[in-house]
Ligand binder design. Structure first.
Ligand SMILES: [Zn+2]
Length: 268
């Protein structure tokens, strides 16, 4: 655990600000690539126990604080994509929280935090698991989350295939039909179940290429997410936007680096 690291750093910066006679907030000390938007990728949450893709409540709240103190406003993916399309000078820095796979802890652990902090979140689910797999949420839970107005539920394909493996084991014609079905059926089922527009996609395992992008465009998606790559820069390919996978160890300076924040070195 890295408890205490952010507290120490906060003290250091408070001391620096005092020594400079400054009253500016910490955000004045942060710098980042202009217009770049960190799109954070999460999976599971737990009240206290971290795992490889499981974030504790404490870490998540620490990360929200760090985003705020470094001048980021958390927005929905739709707003962020619009900003990447048409970057405006002087626009506030945005960060996006995305959560893949529809794990039940999104309902039991994350949803209370979403309401507490009034933070927008974009969920990517694959309908074959919903109200079916024991680790996944139910459609009723998703409806309740979506009704909060803080959460958009979008597509992670129909059953989360590995498109590289499917390409290898299918004929070209069969593969193309399979991809179209995964993209179209997911969109149609979520739209019918939740009565919202589905035009955003997270690529399973981050696997994406030109052929998959063309299929996504044809299916009606306007934004699609890869899985790694750092903050998304203005002008980035909207059907393969990079993301930042987040782990429970990402606090303090480690999380700063992920979201593109650099702070001046402070020597004791
Ligand atoms: Zn996934």
């Amino acid at each position: 655990m890295r408890s205490g690291s952010i507290d120490r750093r906060t003290v250091v910066f408070a001391g620096l600000a005092a020594s400079l006679g400054a009253i500016a907030p910490i955000r004045a000390l942060a710098a980042r690539v202009p217009g770049a938007i960190p799109i954070l990728a999460y999976h599971r949450f737990d009240p206290a126990i971290a795992g490889p893709t499981t974030i504790t409540v404490r870490t998540f709240e620490t990360q929200l604080s760090q985003l705020a103190e470094t001048g980021y406003r958390v927005t929905g993916l739709r707003d962020a994509a619009a900003a990447l399309r048409r970057p405006g000078a002087g626009a506030p820095s945005q960060a996006v929280i995305t959560v893949d796979d529809g794990h039940r802890s999104v309902y039991t652990v994350l949803f209370p935090l979403i309401r507490k902090h009034r933070v927008p979140v974009t969920l990517f689910i694959y309908p074959s698991a919903i109200s079916n797999a024991d680790y996944a949420m139910t459609w009723d839970q998703l409806r309740e989350i979506a009704a909060s107005g803080l959460v958009e539920v979008q597509s992670h394909t129909y059953w989360h295939p590995n498109f590289n493996a499917e390409r290898r084991r299918r004929s070209p014609t069969d593969y193309r039909a399979f991809v179209d079905d995964q993209l179209q059926r997911s969109k149609a089922v979520i739209e019918a179940r939740l009565r919202n527009r589905v035009d955003m996609l997270a690529w399973p395992f981050g696997i994406v290429d030109a052929e998959l992008e063309a299929a996504a465009r044809k299916a009606g998606y306007t934004v699609a997410l890869a899985y790694e790559g750092g903050p998304a820069a203005p002008g980035a390919d909207l059907l393969a936007l990079p993301r930042i996978p987040v782990s429970d160890a990402d606090r303090g300076a480690r999380f700063d680096r992920l979201i593109g924040v650099t702070r001046p070195a402070v020597r004791p």
